[in-house]
Design a protein around this ligand. Structure first.
Ligand SMILES: C[S@@+](CC[C@H](N)C(=O)[O-])C[C@H]1O[C@@H](n2cnc3c(N)ncnc32)[C@H](O)[C@@H]1O
Length: 277
């Protein structure tokens, strides 16, 4: 497994144009995009913007705060934080194409001064010690083998007292990694998928020096979300907009497996809130 395999998995040539085409088909004015126009597409994780909003509430960002988004994707969560709370956000992501799209979308919705994007790895952050007031990472750690480095780097760049919120898909207790059904949104075949149990994730956070303030199990909420999605498709047909646009040709299969893994009790959506003492 290399970082390149992860980047190759996420890279979808021509993606910016496909996003624009989907927005036009959904009736959006792409010459005059507003932050809300992208809501349905740009949050690349289960439960979309609702999950980002809950995570943000846990961090209570203040206007003027400097926030770090580790694995920022096409920048949806970073723009949500900046637009909703008036804070500045720096996003870092491994995938060059996602970084380029994030920068273009920041400019498209008038948030380029509030959201900066850098290409790089979560395990080797190009930032000074204690630079950020808070940090978060949504559905990224599943691709990272070296969880100790992930937590150590998040800890290093946070100021003392700063919070780090991590949401991820954890391996359910007693389940083997090779029982998880692929392809999923984060891995085509499981080769660059590194799921840990809740216990292992909490241990890695503590090992880096974090106090673990809370661990939330979102399995029930996620199951309701998947059922609501199926009901909506049955009533109105497939949606025009969704994070499936970011997932490539086999997006439907990836989405179906994401739901199956949760509904069959193989993986558990978890959110940790950690504090650097
Ligand atoms: C499922 S997407 C989530 C994107 C974003 N956090 C969101 O929720 O909209 C996973 C992202 O993690 C990034 N990623 C994976 N491994 C990474 C690493 N070691 N360092 C930085 N980014 C990474 C990928 O490039 C991809 O953009």
């Amino acid at each position: 497994m290399t970082d390149n395999e992860v980047e190759t998995h996420y890279t979808k040539d021509g993606l910016y144009q496909r996003i624009m085409d989907a927005l036009v088909a959904a009736g959006k004015d792409t010459a005059n995009l507003q932050p809300g126009d992208l809501d349905a597409v740009e949050h690349f994780h289960g439960r979309g913007m609702a999950a980002t909003a809950e995570l943000a509430e846990n961090l209570t960002p203040q206007p003027g705060d400097e926030i770090l988004d580790i694995g920022s994707g096409v920048g949806g969560p970073a723009r949500y934080f900046a637009h909703t709370y008036g804070c500045s956000v720096t996003g870092i992501d491994l995938t060059a194409e996602f970084c380029a799209i994030a920068r273009r979308l920041n400019a498209d919705v008038g948030l380029a001064d509030k959201v900066k994007i850098e290409q790089g790895s979560a395990t080797n952050l190009p930032f000074d010690d204690a630079r950020f007031d808070a940090a978060y990472s949504q559905n990224v750690s599943m691709n990272i083998a070296d969880k100790d480095a992930l937590f150590a780097e998040a800890y290093r760049v946070l100021r003392p007292g700063g919070l780090f919120a991590l949401s991820e898909l954890a391996l359910a207790d007693g389940v083997r990694g090779d029982e998880v059904i692929y392809p999923t949104p984060w891995s085509a075949d499981g080769v660059y998928s590194f799921l840990m149990t809740e216990e292992q994730t909490v241990a890695a956070a503590k090992n880096a020096g974090f106090e673990v303030m809370s661990v939330t199990d979102n399995v029930a909420t996620m199951r309701q979300f998947y059922q609501a999605q199926r009901d909506a498709v049955a009533r109105h047909g497939p949606p025009k907009l969704g994070p499936f646009i970011l997932m490539g040709d086999n997006a439907k299969e990836k989405g179906r497996n994401a739901a199956l893994n949760v509904e069959n009790g193989l993986v558990r959506p978890l959110e940790l809130v950690c504090r650097r003492p």
